[in-house]
Design a protein around this ligand. Structure first.
Ligand code: PEP
Ligand code: MG
Length: 593
């Protein structure tokens, strides 16, 4: 790398470090499909060739859409398959096709450019129409245009699944579905313009245990493919064309952090217990069933959150069948028994979308048709998953958890569907755990304020602080511009957590924390002091959190909680949390992002 570094200007950028560690390597720049198509002038004698390319791309697009439609029809049903009829209508829209062909001679540009101009005009015109149905067709025009453009360029996917050499991935943004399907072996680090610490891309980076920085605003246009970069995911620092001194000083820094982390390896078999004997159940969050091995290695007690939607996101063209789901859940159940495997039912929407299921374009997807709302409206998809979880439950300690509950009614409806699934399995003599625990995520303020109504109907609560913070403070969790307002120690959040835990205990049920707050050593003493029973954190963070717990006295945590509950601001509360960690475990501060 040194030869290249010397001939270029060094640039240092700062973003939000979301996954710790130092990495150096060459940039792989991920561009969106639109960006990848270059505008090119053409001569009149090239028009015929461009038309031929366009016709070929239309044929390929039509064929692909028919294939997907057939697959969806077989696996999900006719109604979902009909969605693709609208896409086929766009491909067959002669007015659009002819306008593109005419545009080639008018604009004297390559077909990619003309198609984008024409399709954009179509979509804009549709968006201006009063009629809801027609407005939604704008999204169809955009989807189909993207597919035709892909077929024109021969690019079959974002290329992330086929990364052949180790690289540092730089992108404007990265969808969870892209993160789920990329070739993880060759990703040394992630860097994105957008994003925040609780965006699912950041969560994926921690799960993969690779350094990551988000919220760098314009890094994707400041670097070029192949540029050498150094990133420190702990400090949120990215250096383009690093010098020899940078490489050396960050190398030393990382070596000293590694030394601290090596000490954690000795804790693998130790209990997650404070010095004065207060035991916390320390579990792991995972996105993919194969990551269960990382959970075992981390020394966690089971899985407190399996984000099952990644099983769906990692399949390109179909929804996982009941049997495919059973295989994944069984793998977890068997490998973790007798420890628990909490399988959260499908939490789609927000920033997680499936290409296999058409979901409406919404102004506020995080507050829209997502998670349990989507599942209750799609009982076939939901019941397939519930049956699969039940079928796996007799092999281990499986628990079911519903996401994004906002009212009792949703719990009752979900439980009713669960009862139907149990009846079906009983009549088919398929074994399952009759006493399977059912819990809910407390991540919407209305749920946190009515836990007394919800508790009688469930076996446990798990605080999803990532969403709880965003909904309570009205701060979009993936918007880096307002990341400074995203404060898990806001007095409102501390109170909601306290209420949930206290009410849970009064009803004899346990409460965990599975949001990212639980994996932050600064917050661990506060959560323990508030009485949390379980912390479920990214597997890569388990050793650090265990170290934090073991250096603490429960009495100190209790005192901290009693003090901060009377404080007036997030900053003050954070200061108290930090002061305690500085006293009992100063080394750990070196490792924080
Ligand atoms: C949460 O909201 O805190 C949570 C754990 O769920 P997710 O991050 O998947 O929304
Ligand atoms: Mg959530």
């Amino acid at each position: 790398m040194s030869n290249i570094t010397e001939s270029h200007k060094r640039v240092e950028l700062r973003g939000i470090g979301v996954s710790p560690g130092v990495a150096t390597g060459l940039v792989f720049l991920m561009t969106t499909e639109e960006e990848r198509f270059v505008e090119r002038d053409i001569e009149e004698n090239e028009v015929a060739r461009e038309i031929a390319r366009f016709e070929e791309a239309l044929i390929a697009t039509r064929r692909q859409l028919r294939e997907i439609q057939q697959q969806v029809n077989a696996e999900i049903g006719k109604e979902s398959a009909n969605i693709f009829e609208a896409h086929l209508l766009v491909v067959d829209d002669r007015a659009l096709v002819e306008e593109v062909i005419r545009g080639l001679s008018v604009h004297k540009k390559n077909v990619e450019t003309v198609l984008r101009i024409v399709a954009d005009r179509y979509a804009q015109a549709l968006l201006r129409v009063e009629d809801d149905y027609l407005r939604e067709r704008a999204a169809d025009v955009r989807d189909v245009t993207r597919r035709i453009l892909r077929n024109l360029s021969g690019v079959s996917s974002s290329g992330l699944a086929n990364l052949a050499t180790p690289c540092i991935l730089v992108a404007n943004d990265l969808a969870p579905s892209e993160a789920a399907t990329m070739n993880k072996k060759n990703i040394l680090a992630f860097v994105t313009d957008l994003g925040s610490p609780t965006s699912h891309t950041a969560i994926m980076a921690r799960a993969m245990n690779v350094p990551a920085i988000v919220g760098l605003h314009d890094v994707s246009i400041r670097v070029s493919r192949g540029d050498p970069v150094l990133i420190d995911g702990s400090k949120g620092v990215l250096i383009i064309h690093p010098t020899e001194e940078d490489l050396e000083s960050y190398g030393k820094l990382e070596a000293s952090r590694k030394l601290i982390r090596t000490g954690f390896d000795l804790l693998r078999e130790e209990a997650a217990e404070t010095i004065d004997g207060y035991h916390v159940l320390l579990s792991a969050n995972i996105e993919l069933a194969e990551d269960v091995e990382k959970v075992i290695e981390s020394g966690a007690s089971g899985v407190g959150l399996f984000r099952s939607e990644y099983l769906f996101l990692s399949q390109k063209n179909h929804l996982p069948t009941e049997d495919e789901q059973v295989a994944a859940y069984e793998r977890l159940a068997r490998r973790l028994a007798p420890e628990h495997a909490v399988i959260r039912t499908l939490d789609l929407g927000g920033d997680k979308f499936l290409s296999q299921v058409k979901m409406p374009q919404e102004m506020n997807p995080f507050m829209g048709w997502r998670a349990i709302r989507f599942c209750l409206a799609q009982p076939d998809i939901f019941k397939t998953q519930l049956r699969a979880i039940l079928r796996a439950s007799h092999l281990g300690n499986v628990k079911i958890m519903y996401p994004m509950i906002s009212s009792l009614d949703e719990v009752l409806k979900a439980n009713l569907l669960l009862d139907e699934c149990k009846d079906e399995l009983r009549s088919q003599r398929i074994p399952f755990d009759e006493d399977i625990d059912v819990g809910i995520m407390i991540e919407v303020p209305s749920a946190a304020l009515t836990v007394h109504l919800l508790a009688p109907h469930v076996d446990f609560f798990s605080l999803g602080t990532n969403d709880l913070v965003q909904y309570t403070l009205a701060v979009d969790r993936v918007n880096e511009r307002i990341a400074y307002l995203y404060q898990p120690t806001h007095p409102a959040i501390v109170r909601l957590i306290q209420n949930t835990i206290d009410v849970g205990h009064r009803h004899g049920i346990w409460t965990g924390v599975c949001g990212e707050m639980g994996g932050n050593p600064l917050m661990v003493p506060l959560l323990i002091g508030l009485g949390v029973d379980e912390l479920s954190v990214s597997a890569s963070l388990v050793p650090m959190v265990k170290d934090m717990i073991r250096k603490l006295r429960y009495s100190q945590a209790e005192e901290l909680a009693n003090t901060v509950i009377a404080l007036e601001s997030a900053d003050e509360i954070t200061r108290h949390c930090r002061a305690l960690v500085e006293r009992v475990n100063p080394e750990i501060l070196e490792l924080l992002t």
